[in-house]
Write a protein of this length. Structure first.
Length: 310
């Protein structure tokens, strides 16, 4: 049994007052999907939207009106795909189990979906929300050693617990309003974040322009100590040893200043031949691989080679 109102076979629990358990196939027509041959380019690029997993993933829980791919009458007639009416509820049943969308117009789907054409006894949006609420149950109903799949015997045995059509529509209206509010809140947050990021970029840009107008340019090699040169760090630092030589790695460049605490320590013999990487404190390290972080070496750090191998 599922978490809310879905079960494989009729469960042994009584429904709430005013609700009833019904076989889903008795109130909605189950339809499959199919993929027209990819070896026939003439089957593709027409005017019939064709729902694939990527479409369902991007529109999960909502309504699909446009798809990444389209087929045509020739593709439909030469495959097992069917053109289904607007309002059909599509549930992905293979590989990526549990994506739910409603067709916003006449469409076809791939074989990754089981599709439900609702009768007058169940509201398509109620069924859509029901499947979304039962996401974890749908995962439990699937099986397979390689790819998880909800097979047709289970799908044909689906039972749903539903109230009257009037109550279904009331529930849908409440959920529509709640999700619309969430969408607005999400959009407002994203807009505020973008505005803050834009303000930060403009402020930093103004500050750097002001500094640049009052400063002179100097090549980095002319600004560093004469003894500072480009050098590679320890390639194979080896295992960690207690009371060994501390070594700075890219993973350590997460603070503005790197001290001795928390650094990996290695055998002193591993540092032989890397004297030019010895740190005395006060140096600025820039990671040139895997990340672009920089940190300053604290004054309490002495005689530690930096590892630029990562």
């Amino acid at each position: 049994m599922g978490n809310v109102a879905l079960s494989v076979n009729r469960p042994g629990v009584d429904p709430p007052s005013g609700w009833e358990w019904l076989p889903l196939a008795s109130i909605a027509r189950m339809e499959s999907g199919h993929t027209p041959s990819r070896n026939k380019p003439e089957y593709w690029g027409g005017d019939i939207p064709w729902i694939g997993i990527r479409d369902a993933k991007s529109a999960h829980g909502g309504t699909v009106s446009q798809t990444l791919e389209k087929t045509n009458a020739l593709g439909i007639s030469n495959s097992s795909a069917r053109v289904l009416p607007a309002g059909t509820v599509c549930l992905s049943r293979t590989a990526s189990v549990g994506y739910v969308v409603k067709m916003g117009r006449e469409m076809a789907t791939s074989q990754d979906f089981v599709n439900w054409v609702c009768s007058g006894s169940i509201d398509p949006d109620f069924l859509r929300y029901l499947f979304v609420a039962e996401e974890s149950a749908l995962s439990r109903f699937s099986s397979g050693s390689v790819h998880q799949t909800i097979y047709y015997p289970e799908l044909k045995a689906f039972h749903v617990c539903i109230p009257s059509m009037t109550q279904q529509k009331r529930i849908v209206a409440v959920l529509d309003q709640a999700f619309a509010a969430l969408d607005r809140a999400r959009a407002n947050c994203e807009e505020s974040l973008q505005a803050a990021e834009g303000l930060l970029r403009r402020t930093l840009g103004d500050e750097f322009e002001a500094i640049a107008s009052q400063s002179s340019s100097l090549a980095l090699q002319d600004a560093v100590h004469p003894d500072c040169s480009l050098s590679y760090g320890i390639v194979q630092p080896g295992d960690e040893v207690s009371n060994g030589l501390p070594i700075v790695r890219p993973v350590d460049l997460t603070r503005r200043e790197v001290g001795l605490a928390g650094l990996k320590r290695i055998d002193l013999r591993a540092a032989r031949g890397y004297a030019r990487t010895t740190l005395k404190g006060g140096e600025l390290l820039l990671c040139v691989r895997t990340c672009s972080r920089s940190s300053q070496i604290s004054a309490d750090y002495a005689d530690a080679p930096k590892d630029l191998s990562e």
